[in-house]
Design a protein around this ligand. Structure first.
Ligand code: NOJ
Length: 511
């Protein structure tokens, strides 16, 4: 059971309004109480923060904003003392434009060794003023930016699949792989237990960088046949990474792999590649029993042929929170609670995004002046971006910033979150936090959760039911009316289940 921490938003120890590593350390007791096994900490390496830390200027140092190296060393040690594993987020596809390599590339000539670390090309057209191909950036606008050459004239273009501050690395250059291996070893030698690898289906680019046939204009999404991603050469990169990880017996890699096709997805988790890959199908599925069942079947089918462990996630720092996706308000919360129980009933690795355990909604009405996601600027203020799921965690008290910081939180927090704080929910039996705690504990200790299979049961229209080989039965009622529960003892339910009935928008576990 992994718990994803977005460090800027988790807990602030020094009053600057931005969460940091000592803030996380102060909350390790809470995470122990919650019952998770491992932390995935979004990037904390040195960064100018053009994309919340996914623009890394030094992959082998911790940004002072998060407390520097000393804070990381302390956090690893204390997490380990409490039996929690620590997974860092590494960004192999690109660096920050403030990385010394990029500065050197800009200062050097076209064709130089310095430029070969990135993807520089001459532009098209008589004066090279048209980008080298038609690729758009995932954050909007072209994926190419033209540089001013050292002689003061406009010159080559560099590729950035994300923001211009995130130039793509040239993984065809062996120097890049060698440096990344050094980064892996650097952190593993400091006790880190594994890595979440950003854009793990990126890195390799197709020969000749061909134009896209269909230019996808929807922000942050792409198809399987998009030449910017999922090129076969990426698997050789993963094999190299795996060789390093195999030198450290318990190290784990989790790839961010946005690939729909089951066979192609499965290729990323062959025995000599990634250990785990995020499957986003559940997070992309509406609250609909048939769709949820199809997502589960597909996620299992994707990894079964290669014998890998399935993964489940309902949200992360890039996706609107599930409470809002499922309709918001009390119904959204009820459905999010129910879906968490479906997720935790499944075999495999579960990833919980910080704040999901509090039933937090997305904050969709942040003032425009507060928005920090590069998507907001890059889209010409037409897409608000992902800040709504990154609002800091409310810990305690009656008013913002709810114990998150002694200063002003970097994103404003809704005053109505007073009812959702950890303090307000911790001892309340019916709270979402209590439901998560009970569910996580049961999942960890009860033998009924054993077995890798999911056996579907017949269920009323709009509902689903499955059984695990160990004997657990999970029922989801996504229909608008109460349903009769199958025989068995209710181990846990997301809403009171009376007279053998399960309410609409609820789930139950039976043994
Ligand atoms: C995926 C990360 O999850 C997202 O937050 C980031 O913006 C992009 N990769 C670029 O690094």
């Amino acid at each position: 059971m992994f718990y994803q921490i977005y460090p800027r938003s988790f807990a602030d120890s020094d009053g600057d309004g931005i969460g940091d590593l000592r803030g996380i350390r102060d909350k390790l007791g809470y995470l122990e109480l919650l019952g998770v096994d491992a932390l995935w900490i979004c990037p904390v390496m040195r960064s100018p923060m053009a994309d919340g830390g996914y623009d890394v200027a030094d992959p082998r140092d911790i940004d002072p904003l998060f407390g520097g190296m000393a804070a990381m060393v302390e956090l690893i040690a204390e997490a380990h003392d409490r039996g929690l594993k620590v997974t860092m987020d590494l960004v192999p596809n690109h660096t920050s434009d403030q990385h010394p390599w990029f500065a050197a590339a800009l200062a050097a000539a076209p064709g130089s060794r310095e430029r070969e670390r990135y993807i520089f090309r001459d532009g098209r057209g008589p004066d090279g003023a048209t980008p080298p191909n038609n690729w758009p950036s995932i954050f909007g606008g072209p994926a190419w930016t033209r540089v001013i050459e050292p002689d003061g004239r406009p010159g080559q273009w560099y590729l950035h699949i994300f923001a211009p501050e995130q130039p793509d690395l040239n993984w065809a250059n062996p120097e890049i792989a060698a440096d990344f291996e050094q980064t892996l070893r650097f952190w593993l030698d400091r006790g880190v237990d594994g890595f979440r690898l950003d854009v793990a289906h990126g890195m390799a680019k197709p020969d000749g960088l061909p134009d896209m046939e269909r230019v996808e204009t929807k922000m942050l999404v792409h198809d399987d046949d998009d030449p910017r991603f999922n090129n076969p050469a990426v698997h050789e990169i993963h094999r190299r990474i795996r060789k390093v990880l195999d030198e450290y017996p318990d190290a784990v890699s989790i790839g961010e792999v946005w690939v729909d096709d089951n066979t192609r997805f499965g290729e990323y988790v062959r025995p000599d590649e990634l250990h785990l890959a995020f499957n986003f199908r559940l997070a992309e599925t509406p609250f609909d029993a048939d769709a949820v069942r199809a997502a589960i079947d597909n996620s299992l089918a994707a990894v079964a042929p290669v014998g890998a462990v399935p993964t489940w996630t309902l949200s992360n720092h890039d996706i609107a929170r599930e409470v809002t996706r499922y309709g918001g308000g009390p119904v959204g919360v009820a459905r999010a609670r129910a879906m968490m129980m479906v997720e935790l009933a499944l075999p495999g690795a579960v990833f919980i995004y910080n704040g999901a355990e509090l039933g937090l909604p997305n904050v969709d009405d942040l003032p425009e002046a507060a928005l920090r996601d590069p998507v907001w600027e890059r889209s010409g203020h037409t897409e608000r971006g992902r800040d709504g799921c990154r609002v800091p965690i409310p810990w305690e008290g009656a008013a913002p910033p709810f114990g998150f910081s002694t200063g002003e939180s970097w994103l404003p927090m809704p005053p109505e979150w007073a009812a959702s704080t950890v303090e307000a929910q911790l001892e309340a039996l019916g709270s979402t936090l209590s439901l998560y705690r009970m569910a996580i504990e049961l999942r960890g200790v009860r033998p009924e959760f054993a077995g890798p299979r999911v056996e579907w049961y017949g269920s009323p229209a709009g509902c689903l039911a499955f059984r695990r080989p160990g004997g657990l039965v999970c029922v989801l009622n996504a229909s608008p009316v109460p349903i009769a529960l199958p025989p068995g003892d209710v181990l846990l339910a997301s809403a009171p289940s009376e007279n053998g009935q399960l309410a609409a928008n609820a789930a139950a576990w039976l043994v």
